[in-house]
Design a protein. Structure first.
Length: 562
């Protein structure tokens, strides 16, 4: 009997221990879950949330004063000082900005001068400040500024058509972020050697132009040319990476100045489906390309008359100062003779999207405005081949003329010289002396989904092959009554300058009285030179779903210097 009682008591005690342990674990788990939820809630708290929970006297100063509030003292002092700043700044701006406007003026303008310049009675407002991590010997501060001013600015302009006009710049609205760099830090007051400032980001720049006593819109081309001049001057004269340096402590600060860090090679290949700007005939397109809109650094292509799908095949070279922030800008214009050209569309490619030493083939969609992209109209596309190579390249980018570097022929040509060359300019000159010669073998295999051009619902297609620069031509046989022809014909071309050549493949429908163009595709020889051999299914421009299957092979000859 005692044994039975002990067994029952032991069993009850064991069960109670298990239940108690389970309840303890459940309670402990719930506390952990509640704690994790509380920590997550605190992580999501804002400054306003913390001020609701605690009175101001219990909050640290950085909580009580937000960034915007911290700048109230600066804006208050700026309002008081503004009449004096206006008078002093107007003289400085007039003497420094006039040469800048003169440098950036459009071809239609002869001269630009200020006849009146005051900044008005409304002071700018600083709306935010932040400190940016930089190098150990510098302090970087960024200030966001907003200005809806009422300045009195009148420009006297003279045009090439003999018209002189006083132009008023009014209703200025500007929002941007200015970067201020204090560098180097030194052990004497004010503890930094120089101050650099730049417009880090231009968020908004609005203004209106008005002829004093007249209407600017009555003079075609002048308004657009003047507005473009003003925007280009602001864009390049003070926008990052351009910076102004003010020495504080005597010393040499030339190392702070803007310097070239690399070269951008651009091949302008073609454009397609451009908007027609002419009432009679077709547009006469040409292209402007730039990284910085300085007149001596802006590149212009030749004009292709009466063409909505032009082929340029032109090469341009640009200096790069800051890969992380600079862009390649493309503007396609319609040439209008003695009148100002009309913008068809523009595009922009950030250089940070490029990989050093790697060729990038891109199609860029054209838009009306790079800043405000509300226009959904199709303005066409432009085709580019781009290569960026830096000044102080990494170890994988060796001297292109070193046969022991182990790189492909194309890489040897494109990569800049090593430290033994001495400078990027020297490397560029050496690269220009190199010519890639070889034999290009093109096998036209077949086509798919060609559009019907005959009444029978079929076509009689053949392909015309052409090298743009050397003007060599070949063509396939005609395949009758089909929308999916097979040719399997091979053609060979002797190429004297592979880097500057284009292969154009055009598909035609054969007729008794002539030929009708179905579509085309255009390719550089870059991929063939780099890869040696490839097969590709190219879309045919001019068709909805047509494709052309081609095999390409490159047999190189020796690289020589002229």
């Amino acid at each position: 009997m005692g044994f039975l009682v002990g067994y029952v008591l032991g069993f009850a005690f064991g069960v109670s221990m298990i239940v108690g342990f389970a309840r303890h674990q459940h309670t402990r788990s719930k506390r952990r879950t509640d704690l994790a939820a509380a920590v997550a809630s605190f992580a999501r708290m804002t400054v306003l949330d913390s001020r609701k929970l605690l009175p101001d006297k219990l909050c640290p100063s950085w909580v009580v004063f937000s960034e915007r509030q911290k700048l109230n003292w600066l804006n208050s002092h700026l309002d008081k000082l503004w009449p004096y700043i206006d008078e002093a700044a107007s003289l400085v701006i007039k003497s420094s900005v006039e040469p800048v406007l003169e440098q950036y003026k459009s071809a239609i303008l002869v001269s630009l001068e200020f006849s009146k310049l005051t900044l008005g009675t409304v002071a700018p407002q600083f709306t935010g400040v932040s400190i940016i991590d930089g190098e150990s010997d510098e302090v970087i501060m960024e200030l966001e500024l907003q200005w809806d001013g009422n300045p009195k600015i009148v420009l006297d302009i003279k045009t090439r058509v003999g018209i002189s006009l006083p132009i008023q710049v009014k209703n200025i609205g500007f929002t941007g972020v200015f970067r201020i760099i204090f560098k180097p830090l030194v052990d004497e007051l004010p503890c930094f050697g120089a101050l650099c400032y730049s417009l880090r980001e231009k968020k908004k720049l609005d203004f209106k132009l008005k002829v004093v006593g007249g209407d600017l819109s009555s003079i075609p081309g002048i308004s657009d040319a003047l507005e473009e001049t003003i925007r280009d001057a602001v864009e390049d004269s003070i926008t990052w990476p351009v910076r102004k340096i003010i020495p504080i402590v005597p010393g040499d600060y030339s190392y702070l100045e803007l310097k070239q860090v690399g070269i951008l090679e651009v091949k302008l290949i073609e454009a397609k489906d451009l908007t027609n700007k002419d009432i009679i005939g077709k547009s006469d397109p040409f292209v402007e390309l730039f990284i910085r809109p300085l007149r001596d650094r802006l590149k212009t292509s030749k004009t292709i008359d009466n063409q909505m799908n032009p082929i340029w095949n032109e090469h341009f070279e640009f200096s790069v100062e800051d890969v992380s922030t600079q862009n390649l800008t493309i503007r396609v214009h319609d040439h209008e003779g003695i009148q100002a050209s009309e913008l068809i569309g523009c595009a922009r490619l950030p250089l940070r999207e490029l990989e050093a030493g790697k060729v990038k083939d891109v199609w860029l969609k054209l838009v009306k405005d790079l800043e405000v992209q509300r226009d959904q109209k199709n303005r066409g596309q432009v085709h580019l081949e781009i290569l960026y190579y830096p000044l102080n390249a990494s170890s994988e980018l060796y001297n292109p003329f070193n046969s022991d570097s182990g790189m492909t022929m194309m890489e040897k040509v494109f990569k800049h010289a090593s430290d033994t060359v001495g400078s990027l300019a020297s490397a560029s000159e050496l690269k220009k002396e190199v010519i890639i010669r070889g034999v290009l073998s093109v096998t036209v295999i077949s086509a798919e989904n060609l559009p019907a051009t005959d009444l029978t619902g079929k076509s009689d297609p053949f392909v015309m092959l052409k090298l743009k620069k050397s003007e060599q031509k070949e063509k396939t046989r005609v395949v009758n009554d089909t929308l999916n022809p097979v040719w399997n014909q091979t053609f060979e071309f002797v190429v004297e300058d592979g880097l500057h050549e284009l292969l154009i493949l055009e598909v035609y429908d054969h007729d008794i009285f002539g030929k009708d163009k179905i579509g085309r595709c255009i390719m550089t020889l870059t991929r063939a030179i780099l890869e040696g051999e490839f097969t590709e299914r190219f879309p045919l421009d001019g068709t909805e779903s047509g494709r052309l299957n081609v095999h390409v092979k490159w047999a190189p000859q020796t690289i020589t210097r002229d």
